[in-house]
Design a protein around this ligand. Structure first.
Ligand code: HEC
Ligand code: HEC
Length: 288
């Protein structure tokens, strides 16, 4: 029988265990700790009974509450679907103004539009919608076919020079290829067009080019060369170019224009998606 005694140095009772003259002090666990420990054991039994707990050979004990994370997730998905259906229905019937005035609906449309843009439009317009030569930047406030939300909707729905019979349409003539203007005339008109956005440029053909422009180009690009959104003719006086702003690029465009094609999305995307896209693009920053 081990002998309990009071340790001289610390004044604490020993457990009576002694090894080679080293004695073990008696430090029992605090009561509160022991009670919590027992409570945990009781709790675990309750848990085993209520919740899925014991693995078996073909499955596990389900617990009398029948709880399952999987079913919970399924119910969440179902609830989300119902909420989405309601929003989608509201988008289908609401006007653009109504959608924009309703923050929840607007947010839904923007999220929907962003996803559809990444899937369908980013290959041509870029993931950030900043475009590349031939594919317009949709972030700026410079528009070929109009930056009002209805204009954008129409462009997306029917496309530009697309296969839709309601497509936006216009053809800049091939002034060089079809022999409408001579090489020197094209050079002069390019001098003039280049000078519009480069005021310091002193090309020899500017004066003559101005006349050629008035005779051949103003019908689409306007008297002031600021473009015309009815025919998708770009503003030629700013520094924003669909293709490129070098003089060589202008000569190339006048000689043999490219006639960019934007596909129609009618029939490929439903109206709710096209509406969401119009709102998303309009909201990118350049919408009028
Ligand atoms: C195959 C390439 C291609 C795809 C895909 C494409 N676009 Fe375009 N998009 C173009 C081209 C090219 C133009 C410029 C047409 C022109 O020269 O007038 C354009 C023009 C536009 C314009 C008019 C811009 C302006 O300045 O008026 C909008 C808006 C637009 N696209 C939105 C979209 C959206 C939204 C999608 C996805 C649903 C999309 N585009 C998919 C090629 C594409
Ligand atoms: C029938 C209408 C029409 C006429 C006439 C016309 N253009 Fe254009 N022009 C356009 C359209 C539309 C575009 C955009 C082409 C595209 O989207 O592919 C364009 C594009 C251009 C571009 C490219 C702009 C850029 O941002 O890259 C230049 C430069 C240009 N035109 C110059 C001229 C000049 C110079 C003339 C006269 C000699 C002329 N155009 C006559 C319709 C016209």
């Amino acid at each position: 029988m081990a002998k309990k005694e009071i340790d001289q140095h610390s004044g604490i009772e020993t457990t009576g265990h002694e090894w080679d003259g080293l004695k073990e002090l008696n430090h029992p666990l605090p009561r509160w700790w022991v009670y919590i420990f027992y409570a945990c054991i009781v709790w675990s039994f309750g848990y085993f009974i209520l919740y899925p707990a014991w693995p078996g050979i073909t499955g596990y004990t389900a617990g009398i509450l029948g709880h399952s994370n999987r079913n919970e997730a399924l119910a969440d998905v179902e609830a989300l679907k119902t909420a989405r259906e309601a929003s989608a229905k509201a988008i289908a019937t609401a006007s653009f103004d109504q959608i924009r005035a309703n923050p929840a609906l607007l947010q839904f449309a923007l999220a929907n539009g962003r996803a559809a843009f990444a899937n369908n439009c980013a290959p041509c317009h870029g993931t950030g919608a900043t475009g590349s030569p031939g594919y317009p930047n949709l972030q700026d406030d410079d528009w070929l076919w109009g930056g009002k939300i209805d204009d954008i909707f129409t462009t997306i729905r029917y496309g530009v020079r697309s296969t839709s019979d309601q497509t936006r349409q216009s053809q800049m003539s091939a002034f060089g290829k079809d022999g409408i203007l001579k090489k020197e005339e094209i050079n002069d008109v390019a001098d003039f067009v280049f000078s519009l956005s480069n005021p310091d440029y002193k090309g020899a053909g500017i004066a003559n080019g101005k006349k050629i422009f008035a005779d051949n180009c103003v019908a689409c690009h306007g008297d002031d060369a600021k473009g015309n959104q009815d025919v998708g003719a770009p503003n030629l006086t700013d520094k924003i170019w669909l293709y490129s702003g070098t003089k060589e690029a202008i000569v190339a465009q006048v000689t043999n224009p490219r006639h960019g094609v934007m596909p129609t999305w009618e029939g490929k995307l439903d109206d709710i998606t096209i509406k969401s896209l119009a709102i998303y693009v309009h909201d990118l920053g350049g919408g009028k």
